[in-house]
Ligand binder design. Sequence first.
Ligand code: ZN
Ligand code: ZN
Ligand code: ZN
Length: 371
Amino acid sequence: MSSLATGPVLAERMDRVRAAMAAEGVDVVLLSVGPDLPYLTGYHAMPLERLTMLVLPRDGAATMVIPRLEAPRVTEHPDVFTLLPWDETDDPVSLVATLMGSARVAAIGDHTWARFLVDLLHEVPSTAFWRATEVVGPIRMCKDAAEIEALRKAGAAADRVAAALQRGEVPLVGRTEAQVSADLSQRLLDEGHEKVNFAIVAAGENAASPHHHPGGRVIRAGDLVLCDFGGTMDGYCSDITRCVSLGAPAMEVAEAYAVLQEAQAAAVAASVVGAACEEVDAAARDVISAAGFGPLFIHRTGHGIGMEEHEDPYIVQGNRQPLEAGHAFSIEPGIYQPGRWGLRLEDIVVASVTGPDPMNRADHALAVLDV
Ligand code: ZN
Ligand code: ZN
Ligand code: ZN
């Protein structure tokens, strides 16, 4: 992620946050653990009992209050923020309170530990606290060019793992779901991910549970196997789902998959700038409902993705937010026949002024492997 977060990029992001603070009437933004801090500083704070907090005033220089022993891990950008290391006997919360000055409205990172906020409330009783998501969220949602390239790279790496799965290069028959999950995880790392976030492998009846935890179920000839995996590469997340059939699929499965593939393609095509998130959801849902599978599509169509695996915007009924250029999200409809089988097809897509820009290009057809 450090390769992406150059000084000028960070400075530009901070300018945009300051403009949003002015528009919203926020005097200071306070960021601790969570993705907002690395987005603005390039530094990922560990979730420690010692406080790390960026104090970003609307008018004035930004300061990162940081435990002295953690300070060497920070790549400094003195033109963007300065470091204020604190020693073991200092009170970091009062340092933050001093830097806040007479701020009336503070926006604090959603992931900040409650203990620090509770202490701050005592230090600055007349300050109103909002969630930083209200200020930083809309900015983080619109990915810049470097972020989109990072998502594309992560997506291409996940695609290579998916393609190996679809070509039959990942042994399935006779292995447990957990073994295949470990195999897919290793392949994500081999393809350049620094971290695996999940690798769902669900065979046969287990695939009817969308977030099945891969276990001791042995995969057999004739199974339909759903694989949904992703990780983090250069600080940005991948997430892909593909299904493989070990032998010719049952007629009802093949028919449902054809509907699913059409629904997924319809939602990708609907992912244009200006479309409401709920319209994208409806594009998939309408196809599935028209085919009679509506009650079997039991979750939203997608979630935003970026530094976090799940973030705004959510592609769900009731979300009227219009898509903007740079919004990145999954399109992952599914059809689940309880106790019998489940199907899901997932790509990451970025909305752009030239239309939907898919980050995943692995074959969308149901891979049928000889067994
Ligand atoms: Zn999920
Ligand atoms: Zn997924
Ligand atoms: Zn997903």
